[in-house]
Design a protein. Structure first.
Length: 416
């Protein structure tokens, strides 16, 4: 089984690109700095651990196998960044305490010492034969190189074990956002898979110490486990951001589409469609549609019948609709009645005899003339336009409520 080293590099690069704006904007935040360092070192590890890059590094420097301590150093720095990330997470975004600063200094000091030791041991070791893929097992019994290999693997295993445990514990914390919880699960799976990398390497090296050959663990299982682990870790960082972004975009588009029935109903009132621009963002389109609807509703205010809305609400409740749906149905009935009343009123001047229109224009206004009816309360309509638009998708329910709301008045007139 072989997985290209460039696959995790691309995924890690995508995670870094997503996080980079926040890291640069909030550079003083220790948590974001730790995340940035982790992603940078992770990308560097897979770039320089690729077989072609190892061969290039050895050739450019002219030193056989010098890529080994370089890759080991990057992997050690990556291990330290895991621990620093956990320290920052445990502290949150508050000002760091003295204990946190001590823990940070301890991790930096210990792992910096490991990096120095790796280069010292490499300088003391005799490794003249270049090995691109199986250096760990080929030089497993070589003095000083043996200690170097064991040192970087132990440092990696310790950091990975601590990080995996704390991440899994955090993922089970109550009250976490769903996307963050999934991100932590991917991170936990990635760190557990990293342990498989260390276990495969250590087993293959130990086999060489005892005279056995399990090099396939070093050349096959370990690199593949590292690639899978890095991909899972990168996904763990991507999921919370990408998931929240896509969820918000879906919510905006769904709300925009849900307002379609109400927007189409009141086009006659507004005298056209809402402004539309293909280059506009989904947020701007939603704002324009909501503004268009609310402006048209304000024009309908004097045609709305509060008494009809009250009767319609009672009718909807009597038909078995729950309170929220009954309010929306009552508002929809009132709105339909207002649109029809406005359309009928706009036709009346064309149907009046010319004499009546002239007389009405000539008649002086009287102080005792009845005032125009007050505008109805549009608070609910303006606030709950989505609920009203959704019930407009069910004309049968609206018709049933409307018929029941008007039934008492029709029955009374029949008796009279």
């Amino acid at each position: 089984m072989y997985i290209s080293f460039w696959l995790p590099t691309v995924v890690l690069g995508a995670a870094l690109a997503i996080k980079l704006p926040s890291i640069l904007k909030l550079w003083r935040d220790p948590l974001l700095r730790a995340v940035g360092g982790l992603l940078v070192f992770a990308c560097a590890v897979f770039v320089f651990a690729a077989p072609k890059t190892i061969a290039w590094t050895n050739r450019v420097t002219g030193v056989p196998n010098i890529a080994a301590p370089w890759v080991y150093s990057l992997l050690t720095a990556l291990s330290a960044s895991w621990l620093l990330l956990i320290i920052a997470w445990r502290n949150g975004r508050t000002e760091r305490s003295a204990q946190t600063r001590r823990a940070t200094r301890w991790v930096v000091s210990v792992y910096a010492g490991v990096v120095v030791a790796l280069w010292v041991l490499f300088a003391l070791a005799d490794v003249p034969v270049e090995r691109i893929r199986d250096l760990d097992t080929y030089y497993a019994n070589t003095p000083f190189m043996r200690e170097e290999i064991l040192l970087y693997l132990v440092a990696h295993t310790v950091a990975c074990s601590v990080t995996a445990r704390l991440v899994w514990n955090w993922s089970r914390t109550e009250g976490l956002d769903a996307w963050l919880r999934w991100g932590l699960r991917f991170l936990g799976a990635g760190y557990v898979t990293n342990l498989l990398f260390s276990a495969a390497k250590l087993t293959a090296v130990a086999a060489r110490w005892t005279g056995h050959d399990l090099d396939w663990l070093n050349t096959g299982i370990a690199p593949s486990a590292a690639c899978i682990a890095a991909t899972l870790v990168a996904i763990g960082f991507i999921v919370p951001h990408a998931g929240q972004y896509l969820q918000e975009r879906w919510r905006i588009r769904r709300r925009y589409r849900s307002l379609g029935p109400l927007s189409r109903l009141i086009r006659t009132v507004a005298g056209g469609r809402e402004p539309f621009d293909l280059r506009a963002t989904p947020e701007l389109r939603l704002i324009r549609r909501e503004t268009f609807i609310r402006d048209a509703l304000l024009q309908l205010a004097r045609h709305l019948d509060d008494d009809l809305r009250a009767r319609s609400y009672d009718a909807a409740v009597a038909l078995g609709f729950e309170r929220g749906t009954a309010q929306a149905l009552a508002a929809a009935v009132t709105l339909l009645d207002a649109v029809e009343a406005r359309e009928q009123r706009s036709l009346l001047p064309a149907q009046e005899p010319a004499q009546e229109r002239a007389a009405s224009r000539a008649a002086p206004s009287s102080p005792s003339s009845p005032a125009a009816p007050p505008c109805a309360d549009t608070t609910y309509l303006l606030r709950e336009i989505q609920a009203v638009s959704l019930v407009l998708r069910h004309p049968d329910d609206i018709q049933a409520v409307r018929a029941r709301a008007n039934a008492p008045a029709e029955s009374l007139s029949t008796h009279e």
